[in-house]
Design a protein around this ligand. Sequence first.
Ligand code: AVJ
Length: 319
Amino acid sequence: PTSTFNEFAFYDFEPETGDMLNDVVKGLSSLPKRLSPKYFYDETGSTLFDQICTLPEYYVTRTEISLLRAHASEMAESVGKQSTLFELGSGSSLKIRMLLDALKPNTYIPMDISKQHLLNASEKIATDYPWLDVNAVCVDYSQYWDSPFTEAENKVAFFPGSSLGNFEPNQAKQLLTRIAQLLGQGGMLLIGIDLRKDISILEPAYNDAAGVTAAFNKNILSHINRELSANFNPTNFIHKAIWNDALSRIEMHLLSTSAQEYSVGEHTFYFGEGESIHTENSYKYSVDGFQALAKESGYTSENVWVDAQDLFSIHLFSV
Ligand code: AVJ
């Protein structure tokens, strides 16, 4: 007989502070200035993101959750019998709960860049699902991809929240290709992708009345202050979110309220009045457009679920 207790393991491939310094210096030295949205997610940023997910304007999370709730058993049926379930960007591991009972995998492998958040969330899952082995992996999945779990059998990956939308279409293709390599022939990918829609819905979702998204955007500077001994004053920047229709993406920026100068370690950066730091892209796809991108990355479309208002899609692909 096997053990009555599930296994819990934590693997730390947390990105080095030195990598972050190089990356931040490079981004702030470019024109226009930019910072990677992965630096939103320190402990404060992950908590602010959880708050965003409950905002009335931010339809993304609640729509995806209602799709999962409505179709979990059909999704599990389409996925078929898979024993190892990966989740990319597992955050607080709330959505996965809607799938665990239907999918009944042996092992859950949550992957996230935010270490403490991942540890708390995965311990809770291990407690609440005593039949499930949990192997949490703290990792920057945009960089590191030598998974210790390549050998596992019958793999399915869950990539919710339209997080893939943070990547340029070409980078998205590369990441999807890497995931396909991890999954191997017969592997399955269940992925949540936000849909193109009217600007009157899109812009408020990234510029909420309560100002939580503004705080989330500015926290990237506080994170850099803490991690890299920088001296940004986040109150001297304004949050801006705009829809770029030609590129089919929401862009988030931080605009400098005046001419000012800040240091990051040994480096000094000058910001003109009104100058932008581009902090995030959030690409939106049509159902067909995303299926074409996935096809180019080595997948076959198996199924897709869309809500009645055409806000959000959950695709199932096989490798
Ligand atoms: C986690 C990347 C999907 O783009 O909607 C939410 C992040 N940024 N509000 C998104 C985010 C501002 C979110 N993703």
